[in-house]
Design a protein around this ligand. Sequence first.
Ligand SMILES: Nc1ncnc2c1ncn2[C@@H]1O[C@H](COP(=O)(O)OP(=O)(O)O)[C@@H](O)[C@H]1O
Ligand SMILES: [Mg+2]
Length: 252
Amino acid sequence: MSDIMLEIKNLHVNVADKEILKGVNLTIKKGEVHAIMGRNGSGKSTLSYALTGKEGYEITKGEILLDGENILEMEPNERAVAGLFLAFQYPIEIPGVTTMTFLKAAMNAQRKAKGQEELSTPDFMRAVKKTAQELDIDSSMLKRPLNVGFSGGEKKRAEILQMALLKPKMCIFDETDSGLDIDALKIVAKGVNALRNENRSMLIITHYQRLLNYIVPDIVHVFSDGKIVKTGDKELALELEKQGYSKFDEVS
Ligand SMILES: Nc1ncnc2c1ncn2[C@@H]1O[C@H](COP(=O)(O)OP(=O)(O)O)[C@@H](O)[C@H]1O
Ligand SMILES: [Mg+2]
């Protein structure tokens, strides 16, 4: 069995007929946490959407393998079943649907796609309560409609809970720290760190170094004009914070 979780080779992506990603190469091993940093507009979100298969993101060249499987031929929901999870920058609100109902539907959709039996309500309740407790999440939140009126920290808690229940093997966090205060940031970091293990990989996309004080990445990449222009260890993030991105524009 290979030790590689995600392999992106020479990925080119057009959005509205304009080339945004211009040859991304990225290999993430099982258990590794990578960070991508880059200025606004450099194409970071385009990369996360291309990975999850969002409509309108046209792959013109390249390959994406998830645990050895070519995901470019899969629909977005099939990619999720294959173990890909994207945490949104702006979580969606679902009025009228409680967080509990949403989580149950998400879990059962995944089970169904894998040919497993649906969870009964009591079994689901037990699983969700146990997981919430492990992650220090107050279960009263579960009775409220998903994300409606949630604080930034509560939205993140709901998302971490969803991740813990779905057990994805490749998690992508796109600017998950934007707009969060330090307490909310710590909640995210705690949840993410609790879910780190040797069979799960993570890609943390962020504009600021701040989050990386709490989620320490194994590898840091600098993104500029649609591709990775430099790769290093966690020190690279500190260097970027100090010196800014302009230095890296010249090499791209
Ligand atoms: N739906 C879209 N239509 C046209 N251009 C887009 C669209 N989405 C993103 N872009 C352009 O793609 C580039 C990269 O955007 P994005 O991936 O959001 O960057 P980042 O996440 O690094 O801030 C930007 O120049 C942006 O204007
Ligand atoms: Mg973005």
